[in-house]
Design a protein around this ligand. Structure first.
Ligand SMILES: CC(C)(COP(=O)(O)OP(=O)(O)OC[C@H]1O[C@@H](n2cnc3c(N)ncnc32)[C@H](O)[C@@H]1OP(=O)(O)O)[C@@H](O)C(=O)NCCC(=O)NCCS
Length: 387
């Protein structure tokens, strides 16, 4: 029997009002608004409100939302104490997954109430940066930096991570990165979040599961792998041969290719320009090497497979974060700082969608290809009879 729908590619499994990708034209829309417009005119907080509540906030609503986010930034001291027991070289994504799940042990979860779910969403969105920054300080033997209520979501994370308040240019760059990563329809982690929510599990559980999905190198983990690749290439002169060798061995070039975009990922376009500008200032080689990797991959895939390939969101975010002096293994957790907004919006939609068809418990079919001894099943032999 031929297995159908491998990886669910092209299969529509639910209706959503949250975001839309036009893979042919390279456009990403959040609640009706083009991502490029949002990066130019909006902030992460405003975009988060839009994704959660289906409309751009008024000034009053945004102030109220910001105040709730700022209030919820602190995490329990006991949690920070527990982090101290972890191996200092533990993967920050493992730590994040565990501590987001652990939030359920400190804060109650109201299952059946949409308003309460928004409060949980705000609680998680506000606390994810604090969890990551606290862990980064603890593992480096540094004092934890408490959140600063006067700073934006973007600036506050950079401050808690490094102990230094970022300049406005760096804050803006990071804010744009957060806007760009906030949602992306039914990607692997969002689908995971929705799937868990479809069982009526609570929001901490669904977000924690989504973090697990995001950690893999074919999804959010790709940006860390891109930076490892750049460090391995080291010198622009080596980039082309490096790419050719990998493709000859049928290995993947991280940060290239996308399951949905058939043209340039609009997020990669924005990140490429930000990375270019930052490199002009810092004189780092990483942007130039990345661009060479992009060109070499496009040329090699065309000549080897007669196929078009384009950068995805992870290609240029890697060099950008490196130049912002963000530790390499925090690239994927930073993705989570932003994507948790999308997860929360999808979890709420999954649980409380009002229009038909309403979401249902996900339960795909599998194509069984295992042992078969006839309709009665295989004969069970006790241990002493098995050879
Ligand atoms: C993201 C990804 C899984 C999407 O894959 P996809 O569109 O389903 O495409 P497939 O995996 O079916 O690959 C299609 C072909 O392009 C090639 N290809 C796709 N991405 C490639 C990459 N990054 N490097 C080299 N070749 C690649 C594959 O080898 C395959 O060739 P084949 O048909 O000869 O086997 C894939 O592009 C990838 O692995 N990229 C690297 C990881 C990454 O950056 N992930 C972050 C995604 S946002």
């Amino acid at each position: 029997m031929e297995t159908k729908n491998i990886g669910l590619r092209g299969i529509e499994v639910a209706d959503t009002r949250i975001s839309n990708i036009d893979g042919e034209r390279g456009r990403l829309i959040y609640r009706g608004y083009d991502i490029l417009d949002l990066t130019k005119n909006s902030t992460f907080e405003e975009t988060a409100y839009l994704l959660l509540y289906d409309e751009l906030p008024t000034k009053g609503k945004l102030d109220e939302f910001n105040a709730k986010l700022v209030d919820a930034r602190f995490i329990p001291k006991q949690m920070q104490k527990n982090m101290g027991n972890w191996r200092k070289d533990a993967d920050p994504m493992d730590m994040l997954q565990a501590f987001v799940a652990a939030l359920a042990g400190y804060y109650d979860e109201e299952f059946a109430n949409k308003e309460a779910s928004y409060d949980k969403a705000i609680n998680i969105i506000a606390k994810v940066p604090t969890i990551i920054a606290s862990w980064n300080r603890i593992r480096n033997g540094l004092d934890i930096v408490d959140p600063d209520a006067s700073l934006s979501h973007a600036a506050n994370f950079l401050y808690m991570m490094s102990g230094e308040k970022p300049d406005p240019e760096v804050e803006k760059i990071f804010d744009v990165c957060l806007i760009l990563h906030a949602d992306h329809t039914f990607n692997a982690s969002t689908f995971t979040a929705r799937q868990v929510a479809s069982t009526r599990a609570h929001m901490y559980s669904a977000c924690s599961a989504a973090i697990g999905a995001l950690s893999g190198e074919l999804h959010g983990g790709a940006n860390t792998e891109v930076m490892k690749m750049l460090l391995d290439i080291e010198n622009i002169e080596k980039a082309e041969d490096w790419v050719k060798e990998k493709i000859a061995k049928e290995e993947r070039i991280m940060g290239m290719g996308h399951a949905v975009y058939k043209t340039y990922d609009p997020r990669a376009q924005v990140l490429k320009e930000l990375s270019r500008k930052l490199a002009e200032k810092t004189k780092d080689p990483w942007f130039a090497i990345t661009e060479k990797v992009e060109m070499a991959t496009i040329a090699e895939i065309k000549s080897q497979k007669n196929r078009d390939i384009y950068p995805n969101v992870d290609l240029y975010s890697a060099s950008l974060y490196y130049m912002l002096k963000i530790p390499m293994d925090l690239n994927t957790p930073i993705f989570a700082i932003s994507r948790v907004v999308g997860w929360a919006a999808h979890i709420i939609e999954e649980k409380f969608a009002e229009a038909a068809p309403k979401p249902a418990l996900y339960r795909p079919k599998a194509s069984y290809v295992g042992k078969y001894c006839g309709p009665e099943g295989c004969e069970y032999k006790t241990l002493d009879l098995r050879k």
